[in-house]
Ligand binder design. Structure first.
Ligand code: NAP
Length: 313
Protein backbone atom coordinates (compact mmCIF):
# COMPACT_ATOMS: atom_id res chain seq x y z
CA UNK A 1 0.00 0.00 0.00
CA UNK A 2 1.58 3.31 -1.01
CA UNK A 3 1.13 6.35 1.25
CA UNK A 4 -0.05 9.73 -0.02
CA UNK A 5 2.69 12.08 -1.26
CA UNK A 6 3.59 14.98 1.01
CA UNK A 7 2.30 17.55 -1.52
CA UNK A 8 -0.34 16.96 -4.14
CA UNK A 9 1.10 19.47 -6.61
CA UNK A 10 4.55 21.02 -6.45
CA UNK A 11 5.25 23.93 -8.80
CA UNK A 12 8.82 24.86 -9.59
CA UNK A 13 9.29 28.28 -11.15
CA UNK A 14 12.68 28.06 -12.83
CA UNK A 15 14.38 24.86 -13.88
CA UNK A 16 18.14 25.20 -13.59
CA UNK A 17 20.60 23.45 -11.30
CA UNK A 18 18.45 23.83 -8.19
CA UNK A 19 14.94 23.56 -9.68
CA UNK A 20 16.04 20.63 -11.82
CA UNK A 21 17.63 18.85 -8.85
CA UNK A 22 14.51 19.36 -6.70
CA UNK A 23 12.35 17.94 -9.50
CA UNK A 24 14.57 14.90 -9.98
CA UNK A 25 14.86 14.16 -6.25
CA UNK A 26 11.16 14.81 -5.48
CA UNK A 27 10.21 12.47 -8.31
CA UNK A 28 12.61 9.79 -7.11
CA UNK A 29 11.34 10.06 -3.52
CA UNK A 30 7.64 10.28 -4.43
CA UNK A 31 7.21 13.55 -2.52
CA UNK A 32 4.75 15.10 -4.98
CA UNK A 33 1.57 13.80 -6.59
CA UNK A 34 2.37 16.01 -9.54
CA UNK A 35 5.32 18.23 -10.46
CA UNK A 36 4.63 21.28 -12.58
CA UNK A 37 7.31 23.55 -13.96
CA UNK A 38 7.73 26.75 -15.83
CA UNK A 39 10.82 28.65 -16.92
CA UNK A 40 11.41 32.10 -18.33
CA UNK A 41 12.56 31.09 -21.82
CA UNK A 42 10.80 28.92 -24.38
CA UNK A 43 14.16 27.18 -24.92
CA UNK A 44 14.37 25.99 -21.31
CA UNK A 45 10.69 25.00 -21.26
CA UNK A 46 11.20 22.92 -24.41
CA UNK A 47 14.25 21.24 -22.89
CA UNK A 48 12.38 20.43 -19.66
CA UNK A 49 9.59 18.92 -21.73
CA UNK A 50 12.16 16.75 -23.54
CA UNK A 51 13.77 15.61 -20.30
CA UNK A 52 10.41 14.16 -19.22
CA UNK A 53 11.08 14.56 -15.48
CA UNK A 54 8.02 16.66 -14.64
CA UNK A 55 4.33 16.09 -15.30
CA UNK A 56 3.56 19.43 -16.93
CA UNK A 57 5.56 22.31 -18.36
CA UNK A 58 3.45 25.46 -18.48
CA UNK A 59 4.11 28.72 -20.24
CA UNK A 60 3.27 31.28 -17.58
CA UNK A 61 3.99 31.59 -13.88
CA UNK A 62 0.32 32.39 -13.20
CA UNK A 63 -0.90 29.18 -14.87
CA UNK A 64 1.79 27.13 -13.19
CA UNK A 65 0.92 28.04 -9.59
CA UNK A 66 -2.82 27.35 -9.87
CA UNK A 67 -3.80 24.38 -7.72
CA UNK A 68 -0.30 23.97 -6.24
CA UNK A 69 0.09 23.33 -2.50
CA UNK A 70 3.83 24.01 -2.73
CA UNK A 71 5.37 26.67 -4.99
CA UNK A 72 9.16 27.07 -5.04
CA UNK A 73 10.86 29.92 -6.87
CA UNK A 74 14.13 28.50 -8.23
CA UNK A 75 15.31 31.67 -9.96
CA UNK A 76 17.93 34.36 -9.26
CA UNK A 77 17.38 36.35 -6.05
CA UNK A 78 16.82 39.61 -7.94
CA UNK A 79 13.90 38.09 -9.88
CA UNK A 80 12.01 36.75 -6.83
CA UNK A 81 10.18 39.98 -5.85
CA UNK A 82 8.61 40.65 -9.27
CA UNK A 83 7.68 36.97 -9.70
CA UNK A 84 6.06 36.87 -6.22
CA UNK A 85 3.98 39.91 -7.17
CA UNK A 86 2.99 38.27 -10.46
CA UNK A 87 1.85 34.94 -8.93
CA UNK A 88 0.17 36.38 -5.81
CA UNK A 89 -3.41 36.57 -7.21
CA UNK A 90 -3.26 32.96 -8.44
CA UNK A 91 -2.00 31.22 -5.29
CA UNK A 92 -4.26 28.68 -3.55
CA UNK A 93 -5.31 29.35 0.04
CA UNK A 94 -3.23 27.20 2.37
CA UNK A 95 -0.39 26.81 -0.15
CA UNK A 96 3.24 27.15 0.91
CA UNK A 97 5.38 29.58 -1.09
CA UNK A 98 9.12 29.14 -0.84
CA UNK A 99 12.31 29.87 -2.75
CA UNK A 100 15.91 28.64 -2.85
CA UNK A 101 17.74 31.98 -2.97
CA UNK A 102 21.23 32.25 -1.55
CA UNK A 103 20.36 35.47 0.31
CA UNK A 104 17.44 35.58 2.73
CA UNK A 105 17.05 39.16 4.01
CA UNK A 106 16.39 40.44 0.49
CA UNK A 107 13.92 37.59 -0.14
CA UNK A 108 11.94 38.47 3.01
CA UNK A 109 11.92 42.12 1.96
CA UNK A 110 11.11 41.58 -1.74
CA UNK A 111 8.73 38.60 -1.63
CA UNK A 112 7.13 38.91 1.81
CA UNK A 113 4.84 41.87 1.11
CA UNK A 114 3.30 40.15 -1.92
CA UNK A 115 2.28 36.91 -0.19
CA UNK A 116 -1.50 37.00 0.35
CA UNK A 117 -3.16 36.23 3.68
CA UNK A 118 -3.87 32.51 4.06
CA UNK A 119 -0.75 31.54 2.07
CA UNK A 120 2.30 30.40 4.06
CA UNK A 121 5.64 32.00 3.23
CA UNK A 122 8.61 29.82 4.18
CA UNK A 123 11.84 30.90 2.45
CA UNK A 124 14.59 28.29 2.13
CA UNK A 125 18.21 28.02 1.05
CA UNK A 126 19.69 24.64 0.19
CA UNK A 127 23.40 25.03 0.88
CA UNK A 128 24.39 22.79 -1.99
CA UNK A 129 25.47 23.46 -5.52
CA UNK A 130 27.96 23.12 -8.30
CA UNK A 131 29.39 25.58 -10.83
CA UNK A 132 26.99 24.30 -13.50
CA UNK A 133 23.65 25.77 -14.44
CA UNK A 134 20.72 25.17 -16.76
CA UNK A 135 18.10 22.42 -17.11
CA UNK A 136 20.60 19.61 -17.72
CA UNK A 137 22.82 20.39 -14.74
CA UNK A 138 20.57 19.08 -11.95
CA UNK A 139 20.87 15.66 -10.33
CA UNK A 140 18.77 13.94 -7.65
CA UNK A 141 21.59 13.44 -5.13
CA UNK A 142 22.54 17.13 -4.90
CA UNK A 143 20.95 17.73 -1.50
CA UNK A 144 21.92 14.50 0.24
CA UNK A 145 23.61 15.26 3.55
CA UNK A 146 23.70 18.99 2.73
CA UNK A 147 22.06 21.64 4.88
CA UNK A 148 18.89 23.44 3.92
CA UNK A 149 18.23 26.58 5.96
CA UNK A 150 14.63 27.73 6.43
CA UNK A 151 14.00 31.36 7.40
CA UNK A 152 10.26 31.62 8.14
CA UNK A 153 9.08 35.09 9.21
CA UNK A 154 7.99 35.38 12.85
CA UNK A 155 4.52 33.97 13.40
CA UNK A 156 4.57 31.62 10.39
CA UNK A 157 2.23 28.65 10.76
CA UNK A 158 4.29 25.92 12.49
CA UNK A 159 2.61 23.13 10.50
CA UNK A 160 3.64 24.78 7.22
CA UNK A 161 7.25 25.07 8.39
CA UNK A 162 7.19 21.44 9.49
CA UNK A 163 5.80 20.33 6.13
CA UNK A 164 8.54 22.14 4.22
CA UNK A 165 11.12 20.70 6.60
CA UNK A 166 9.78 17.22 5.82
CA UNK A 167 9.99 17.97 2.09
CA UNK A 168 13.67 18.96 2.29
CA UNK A 169 14.43 16.02 4.57
CA UNK A 170 12.78 13.83 1.93
CA UNK A 171 15.21 15.27 -0.66
CA UNK A 172 18.03 14.11 1.61
CA UNK A 173 18.89 17.42 3.28
CA UNK A 174 19.45 18.26 6.93
CA UNK A 175 17.28 21.18 7.91
CA UNK A 176 18.01 24.11 10.19
CA UNK A 177 15.92 27.18 10.97
CA UNK A 178 17.37 30.67 11.52
CA UNK A 179 16.54 34.33 11.01
CA UNK A 180 17.23 35.83 7.57
CA UNK A 181 19.84 38.24 8.99
CA UNK A 182 21.76 35.50 10.74
CA UNK A 183 21.64 33.37 7.60
CA UNK A 184 23.08 36.22 5.54
CA UNK A 185 25.93 36.78 7.97
CA UNK A 186 26.85 33.08 8.13
CA UNK A 187 26.67 32.65 4.36
CA UNK A 188 28.65 35.86 3.76
CA UNK A 189 31.71 34.18 5.28
CA UNK A 190 31.11 30.55 4.25
CA UNK A 191 29.99 31.14 0.68
CA UNK A 192 29.81 34.72 -0.57
CA UNK A 193 33.29 35.88 0.45
CA UNK A 194 34.98 32.71 -0.90
CA UNK A 195 33.26 33.32 -4.23
CA UNK A 196 34.39 36.95 -4.25
CA UNK A 197 37.98 35.89 -3.52
CA UNK A 198 37.86 33.26 -6.27
CA UNK A 199 36.47 35.78 -8.76
CA UNK A 200 39.25 38.18 -7.76
CA UNK A 201 42.14 35.72 -7.96
CA UNK A 202 41.10 34.29 -11.29
CA UNK A 203 40.62 37.81 -12.69
CA UNK A 204 44.00 38.94 -11.32
CA UNK A 205 45.81 35.97 -12.84
CA UNK A 206 44.12 36.64 -16.14
CA UNK A 207 45.38 40.23 -16.16
CA UNK A 208 48.99 39.53 -15.11
CA UNK A 209 51.53 40.86 -17.54
CA UNK A 210 54.55 38.85 -16.33
CA UNK A 211 52.88 35.42 -16.50
CA UNK A 212 51.18 34.30 -19.69
CA UNK A 213 47.62 32.92 -19.70
CA UNK A 214 48.90 29.63 -21.04
CA UNK A 215 51.28 29.35 -18.05
CA UNK A 216 48.42 30.08 -15.61
CA UNK A 217 46.42 27.26 -17.16
CA UNK A 218 49.40 24.91 -17.47
CA UNK A 219 50.49 25.23 -13.83
CA UNK A 220 47.01 25.59 -12.35
CA UNK A 221 47.27 22.40 -10.25
CA UNK A 222 49.36 24.45 -7.80
CA UNK A 223 46.12 25.72 -6.19
CA UNK A 224 44.68 28.10 -8.78
CA UNK A 225 42.57 25.32 -10.35
CA UNK A 226 40.42 24.98 -7.22
CA UNK A 227 39.56 28.68 -7.36
CA UNK A 228 38.64 28.44 -11.04
CA UNK A 229 35.84 25.98 -10.25
CA UNK A 230 34.20 28.46 -7.89
CA UNK A 231 34.89 31.38 -10.24
CA UNK A 232 33.03 29.54 -13.02
CA UNK A 233 29.73 29.91 -11.11
CA UNK A 234 26.78 31.56 -12.78
CA UNK A 235 27.35 35.33 -13.28
CA UNK A 236 23.67 36.31 -12.92
CA UNK A 237 23.22 34.39 -9.70
CA UNK A 238 26.35 35.84 -8.14
CA UNK A 239 25.74 39.40 -9.26
CA UNK A 240 22.38 39.16 -7.47
CA UNK A 241 23.92 37.57 -4.35
CA UNK A 242 26.44 40.38 -3.86
CA UNK A 243 23.91 43.13 -4.49
CA UNK A 244 21.35 41.50 -2.20
CA UNK A 245 23.76 40.71 0.65
CA UNK A 246 25.79 43.88 0.41
CA UNK A 247 25.93 44.76 4.14
CA UNK A 248 27.05 41.36 5.43
CA UNK A 249 29.55 40.84 2.60
CA UNK A 250 31.10 44.27 3.20
CA UNK A 251 31.35 43.53 6.91
CA UNK A 252 33.12 40.19 6.29
CA UNK A 253 35.30 41.76 3.60
CA UNK A 254 36.48 44.35 6.15
CA UNK A 255 37.55 41.59 8.55
CA UNK A 256 39.14 39.65 5.71
CA UNK A 257 41.18 42.66 4.59
CA UNK A 258 42.49 43.12 8.14
CA UNK A 259 43.53 39.46 8.30
CA UNK A 260 45.14 39.66 4.88
CA UNK A 261 47.14 42.66 6.09
CA UNK A 262 48.34 40.62 9.09
CA UNK A 263 49.58 37.83 6.84
CA UNK A 264 51.15 40.35 4.45
CA UNK A 265 53.01 41.86 7.41
CA UNK A 266 54.15 38.44 8.61
CA UNK A 267 55.62 37.66 5.19
CA UNK A 268 57.27 41.07 4.94
CA UNK A 269 58.82 40.71 8.42
CA UNK A 270 59.91 37.09 7.84
CA UNK A 271 57.65 36.10 10.75
CA UNK A 272 57.57 32.35 10.09
CA UNK A 273 56.08 31.64 13.49
CA UNK A 274 52.99 33.74 12.76
CA UNK A 275 52.55 32.09 9.37
CA UNK A 276 53.00 28.59 10.82
CA UNK A 277 50.52 29.25 13.63
CA UNK A 278 47.94 30.61 11.19
CA UNK A 279 48.27 27.71 8.73
CA UNK A 280 48.04 25.17 11.57
CA UNK A 281 44.77 26.72 12.69
CA UNK A 282 43.29 26.67 9.18
CA UNK A 283 44.34 23.07 8.63
CA UNK A 284 42.33 22.08 11.69
CA UNK A 285 39.24 23.76 10.19
CA UNK A 286 39.56 21.64 7.04
CA UNK A 287 39.84 18.52 9.20
CA UNK A 288 36.68 19.55 11.06
CA UNK A 289 34.76 19.88 7.77
CA UNK A 290 35.84 16.40 6.71
CA UNK A 291 35.00 14.97 10.13
CA UNK A 292 31.38 16.16 9.98
CA UNK A 293 30.98 14.64 6.52
CA UNK A 294 30.77 17.90 4.55
CA UNK A 295 33.66 16.90 2.29
CA UNK A 296 35.77 13.94 1.30
CA UNK A 297 39.11 13.20 2.95
CA UNK A 298 40.45 11.88 -0.35
CA UNK A 299 43.61 13.71 -1.42
CA UNK A 300 43.08 16.53 -3.94
CA UNK A 301 39.28 16.38 -3.52
CA UNK A 302 39.30 12.81 -4.83
CA UNK A 303 40.61 13.73 -8.26
CA UNK A 304 41.90 10.64 -10.04
CA UNK A 305 45.65 10.53 -10.55
CA UNK A 306 47.24 8.64 -13.40
CA UNK A 307 49.38 5.64 -12.57
CA UNK A 308 53.11 6.02 -12.97
CA UNK A 309 54.05 3.51 -15.60
CA UNK A 310 57.56 2.69 -16.65
CA UNK A 311 58.41 4.10 -20.04
CA UNK A 312 59.30 1.50 -22.60
CA UNK A 313 61.88 2.27 -25.29
P1 NAP B 1 20.27 28.33 -13.05
O1 NAP B 1 20.74 26.94 -13.25
O2 NAP B 1 20.93 29.42 -13.84
O3 NAP B 1 18.69 28.40 -13.34
C1 NAP B 1 18.00 29.59 -13.18
C2 NAP B 1 16.55 29.46 -13.60
O4 NAP B 1 15.93 30.73 -13.36
C3 NAP B 1 16.35 29.15 -15.08
O5 NAP B 1 15.23 28.31 -15.24
C4 NAP B 1 16.06 30.54 -15.68
O6 NAP B 1 15.21 30.47 -16.79
C5 NAP B 1 15.32 31.22 -14.55
N1 NAP B 1 15.49 32.69 -14.59
C6 NAP B 1 16.63 33.38 -14.73
N2 NAP B 1 16.40 34.70 -14.67
C7 NAP B 1 15.07 34.85 -14.48
C8 NAP B 1 14.22 35.96 -14.34
N3 NAP B 1 14.71 37.22 -14.39
N4 NAP B 1 12.90 35.73 -14.16
C9 NAP B 1 12.42 34.47 -14.11
N5 NAP B 1 13.18 33.37 -14.23
C10 NAP B 1 14.49 33.54 -14.42
O7 NAP B 1 20.35 28.79 -11.53
P2 NAP B 1 20.42 27.94 -10.18
O8 NAP B 1 21.84 27.61 -9.89
O9 NAP B 1 19.42 26.83 -10.21
O10 NAP B 1 20.01 29.06 -9.13
C11 NAP B 1 18.68 29.37 -8.85
C12 NAP B 1 18.57 29.94 -7.44
O11 NAP B 1 19.15 29.00 -6.53
C13 NAP B 1 19.29 31.26 -7.22
O12 NAP B 1 18.46 32.11 -6.46
C14 NAP B 1 20.50 30.89 -6.38
O13 NAP B 1 20.85 31.93 -5.48
C15 NAP B 1 20.02 29.66 -5.65
N6 NAP B 1 21.06 28.70 -5.28
C16 NAP B 1 22.02 28.35 -6.19
C17 NAP B 1 23.02 27.45 -5.83
C18 NAP B 1 24.11 27.07 -6.81
O14 NAP B 1 25.16 26.58 -6.40
N7 NAP B 1 23.92 27.26 -8.11
C19 NAP B 1 23.02 26.89 -4.55
C20 NAP B 1 21.99 27.22 -3.66
C21 NAP B 1 21.01 28.14 -4.03
P3 NAP B 1 15.81 30.31 -18.28
O15 NAP B 1 16.59 29.04 -18.31
O16 NAP B 1 14.59 30.25 -19.11
O17 NAP B 1 16.65 31.51 -18.53
Amino acid sequence: MSSDPLFKRVTLIGFGLIGGSIARAARAQGLAGEIVTTARSAKTRARVQELGIVDQVLETNAEAVKGADLVILCIPVGACGPVAEEIAPFLEKGAIVSDVGSVKGAIARDMGPHIPAGVHFVPAHPVAGTEHSGPDSGFPELFINRWCILTPPEGTDAAAVEKLRAFWAGLGARVEIMTPDHHDLVLAITSHLPHLIAYTIVGTADELAQVTSSEVIKFSAGGFRDFTRIAASDPTMWRDVFLANKEAVLEMLGTFNEDLSKLTRAIRRNDGEALFEHFTRTRAIRRGIVEIGQDSAAPDFGRPHANLTKKTE
